[in-house]
Design a protein around this ligand. Structure first.
Ligand SMILES: [Zn+2]
Length: 394
């Protein structure tokens, strides 16, 4: 878990170099920069993120990196911990890190999470001059299975930063965020032979059953399976599963091939300016989701561990047979905006086999803006797919 580090230690860390225990470790302080996004604020140089590693680890050991976030703004702030190393029960790494071995990029084997509006508990107070510290274990979400030279690169930003000295809210809604970039911090370390490699956390999960022997039904999804949950929750999930399939099917229908000219308004709203390859990419995601639901039994875990109250659902993109449902899912309507069925479309789009979308932005306002400002990202953003589908009557 993360802990607060006193200002005195932070100064010695940032000015005098690595802590004694980490002497010799690569240490690259990075300064925050103003983001090219219009919603970024100018806090240049005022929040800094650093990542520190040991010089070497033995295969099979936790690959523990230290993340420090320093507040040099001179004022207290609260920062949204989503998709940063501050959010790490059990040192689990979320999708804020890129890892390579001997120059080759490793696949991310961790979770991606659909989120609703944040709650106050999703924020961390960082006082003026304070450094928040968190320890993460790279091997929880990446396959550190061979010796070699590894590089871990931080690829994240603070999705929302609230100045506490103003008359500040405890949390802000999606779309009201003030983003601060943290730049890119990298560390390089050696992994040497000597132990049994540990596999990512997701490797220990039971994959859902694959039934390849049933005849292919081109117009309906395979029946889902469930882990845990009450009868009424299972029933609601089964209905959402069928409606998600309808959403995928109707989304394909709403994106004719070849594209009409002009492109459908719904496409422009959620995926931005028409461009042939992007249109084909968005369409292919819905085709893949439809086929995947026809071919594969999905297991829904209705009582997973590690659900925070602002979370709808999560998946491991490399495990396309399981969807984990959390608190916000049960509060959501069956269909329409931010619904149960739409959440399943969102999660399906994350599966690598369906196109492997990311979570660049959450919420309708931010996703519409993303479509306008950065359509290349919009066609790879899960919520844009969800909102496109949810805008269709089923
Ligand atoms: Zn997501």
């Amino acid at each position: 878990m993360s802990t607060a580090v006193g200002a005195a230690i932070a100064v010695s860390l940032l000015v005098a170099g690595p802590l004694p225990a980490l002497a010799g470790a690569p240490h690259h302080p990075v300064t925050s920069q103003q983001s090219p996004d219009k919603d970024a604020v100018s806090m240049a140089g005022q929040f800094s993120a650093t990542l520190t590693a040991q010089p070497r680890y033995r295969l099979g050991e936790p690959i523990a990196l230290t993340f420090d976030l320093h507040n040099a703004t001179g004022r207290d702030h609260s920062v949204l911990e989503w998709n940063t190393p501050l959010e790490n029960p059990d040192q689990e790494v979320l999708d804020y890190l890129r890892v390579s071995r001997d120059g080759g990029e490793l696949g991310y084997a961790g979770r991606v999470i659909k989120r609703g509006d944040p709650e106050p508990s999703d924020y961390r107070l960082i006082r003026a001059g304070e450094t928040l510290r968190s320890t993460i274990d790279v091997s929880t979400s990446f396959e550190i299975t061979e010796p070699g030279t590894y590089t871990a690169t931080l690829d994240t930003h603070l999705r929302d930063v609230i100045d506490r000295s103003a008359d500040a809210p405890a949390a802000r809604a999606l779309g009201q965020f003030t983003r601060v970039d943290l730049g890119t911090a990298s560390v390089t370390f050696e992994v040497v032979a000597g132990g049994t490699p540990r596999l990512p956390l997701s490797a220990a999960l039971q994959p859902g059953d694959q039934t390849a022997d049933r005849p292919h039904l081109a117009d309906s999804p395979k029946d889902p399976k469930f882990v845990g949950g009450t009868a009424s929750r299972r029933e609601a999930t089964e209905k959402a599963h069928k409606n998600a399939y309808k959403y995928a099917d109707k989304s394909v229908g709403a994106l004719p091939n070849p594209a009409p000219n002009p492109a459908p308004n719904r496409y422009i709203t959620w995926f931005g300016k028409y461009q042939k390859d992007r249109y084909a990419l968005a369409r292919s995601h819905f085709v893949k989701i439809r086929e995947h639901m026809e071919d594969t039994v999905i297991t829904y875990d209705l009582e997973p561990a590690g659900c925070k109250s602002s979370v709808y659902a999560y998946v491991y993109p490399n495990q396309p047979t399981k969807i984990y449902l959390c608190g916000q899912f049960w509060k959501a309507p069956g269909t329409g905006t931010d619904s149960k069925a739409g959440t399943i479309v969102h999660e399906q789009s994350h599966f690598t086999v369906n196109g492997g979308t990311d979570d660049y932005k959450y919420g309708q306002d931010a996703c519409k803006k993303l479509a306008k400002d950065d359509p290349d990202k919009a066609v790879m953003n899960a919520d844009n797919h969800e909102y496109f589908a949810e805008s269709i009557s089923i």
